[in-house]
Design a protein around this ligand. Structure first.
Ligand code: F0G
Length: 472
């Protein structure tokens, strides 16, 4: 009614309060809706909106009104016997009631098939936490206290498939003709794979010469349109956003709130494996901070719904050559510790830090190109997650990451250098007595090896800790 009244009398829609009322009205009937993360702004949008930020430029969350029943835990477990449904087989859609932004009847195979994007149930299917005794030795923990979850065992070889299945589901919901992303390689591989499978176009913006050859070749293989950008990931990302706006394209980077929904299933699988008992820590590499954001959202929801009683702490591991979050969070710049601050973060501090990087010509620089990112686009959501979980941020060197990657390999598991930051970071946090020896820790190994020469070079140099050079 109010909407009609406004339209009829052509009321001035510039009025912010009116917009707020309108936005709330338009989402009233739905269980799922989009909401701005800035509590003072609070704008809401319908799920059918293709925007990833509010009109004031703040990121959005997917919100659900109904509290899901705890009895779903049994249902999720029973779906591990998929009974002919790829949506039960999928490690993402197995949890579909907790990310039902499409608002479908999740029990109907027909509705799932019509609405949910899945690579034949393969996303998240193989990824669950494992004990790796040599990694436990390396970091200084008892084997039973450490679990590592190889997300590289996703169809395109990284955790990105979890969030890409959901983002492309939303892209289809809004009838997007083309998806667009910038990437250090794994996002483009996942986007290209789902786009090819769904027969939609895909443009990927790549920082020239700065992505692993195995990732670059995936983008070609899946028929994505590459756009090479002179500069680093941050440059490629801003170009991709500009072009998506100008020429029409649906952005599938982790600023997309539906990516975050899919990535919540990474901790779901880990927690399910612990019978929904919470570990003391969950450890991730830090790049654009999509994972940190999704893990915090996941834990926050589960806690609010009464599904978990204790909140694990998140530890984010930066590469020391791409350590924006580490520097800001730990007060290494201007001596102020950047915090979410109950929804009032000091965003000017972030801007001053970026200006300082530009002024000094400091560019992110690490061999772990996946996390070679100077301006983490999800920094605010990341800070919110760290505040909610009493999190910590640490940095590790390239050589520590390579040791971390290699010790994972010696357990018969495969991971890439950026994921090697996880064992390396856990080791450091134990050394600094932040993580205690009897804590239970889940580390997420985000991607598999796509840079073939890294292990070859590592093992050919006898100075490296775990090197096994070839014999003549
Ligand atoms: N690990 C791997 C293997 C990655 O590919 C990325 C990000 C990260 C960690 C960082 O995760 O952004 O959630 O903090 N790769 C992106 C890409 C940027 O384009 O593939 P985050």
């Amino acid at each position: 009614m109010l909407v009609n009244l406004i339209l009829k009398h052509r009321l001035n829609l510039q009025d912010f309060k009116l917009k707020l009322v309108l936005s709330i009205l338009s989402t009233m009937q739905d269980n799922a809706f989009l909401k701005c993360i800035d509590s003072q702004c609070g704008l809401e949008y319908s799920i059918s909106s293709a925007r990833y930020e509010c009109e004031r430029g703040h990121l959005l969350d997917v919100k659900y009104k109904k509290i899901p029943s705890r009895a779903l835990k049994e249902l999720f477990y029973s779906r591990r016997n998929p009974q002919g449904s790829i949506f039960n087989e999928s490690g993402v859609w197995r949890f579909r009631e907790l990310l039902n932004f499409s608002q479908i009847d999740t029990g109907s195979l027909e509705e799932c098939s019509k609405n949910l994007v899945s690579l034949d149930g393969a996303e998240g299917r193989q990824s669950k936490p494992y004990h790796m005794s040599k990694v436990a030795d390396f970091v200084g923990l008892k084997n039973e206290n450490l679990l590592l979850q190889p997300e590289g065992y996703n169809p395109s070889g990284s955790f990105k498939d979890n969030g890409m299945a959901t983002a492309v589901t939303h892209a289809k919901l809004v009838k997007a003709k083309k998806i667009v992303c910038a990437s250090t390689g794994n996002t483009s591989a996942a986007a290209g794979m789902y786009a090819a499978n769904e027969n939609i176009k895909c443009d990927v913006y790549i920082p020239s010469g700065q992505i692993a050859p195995g990732k670059l070749s995936q983008a070609y293989q899946f028929g994505a349109q590459l756009i090479q950008v002179d500069g680093n990931f941050d440059d490629a990302f801003s170009k991709s956003l500009q072009d998506a706006k100008k020429f029409g394209g649906y952005t599938v980077n982790s600023v997309n709130p539906f990516r975050i929904e899919g990535q919540k299933t990474i901790p779901y699988r880990a927690l399910e494996n612990l019978n929904w008992e919470t570990p003391d820590w969950i450890v991730y590499p830090g790049g654009a901070l999509g994972n940190t954001s999704s893990c915090g959202k996941c834990l926050n929801e589960l806690f609010e719904w009464g599904w978990i009683k204790k909140i694990p702490r998140i530890a984010v591991v930066n590469a020391d050559g791409a350590n924006t979050l580490y520097e800001l969070y730990n007060g290494k710049f201007e001596e102020t510790e950047l915090r979410w601050n109950k929804g009032k973060p000091d965003t000017e501090l972030i801007q001053r830090y970026y200006a300082h990087l530009d002024e000094k010509g400091i560019r992110p620089n690490t061999k772990a190109t996946a996390i070679q990112i100077g301006r983490p686009s999800n920094i605010l959501k990341g800070l919110r997650s760290l505040e909610f979980t009493n999190g910590v941020v640490i940095q590790v060197s390239d050589s520590e990451m390579l040791d971390g990657m290699s010790i994972v390999g010696l357990n018969g598991f495969d991971c890439e250098m950026a994921s090697g930051s996880v064992p390396a970071g856990i080791k450091k946090l134990i050394h600094e007595e932040v993580i205690k020896k009897d804590d239970v820790i889940i580390g997420i190994l985000t991607g598999r090896q796509k840079d073939a020469m890294l292990p070859v070079d590592y093992h050919n140099n006898p100075k490296n800790r775990f090197a096994r050079p070839p014999k003549k």
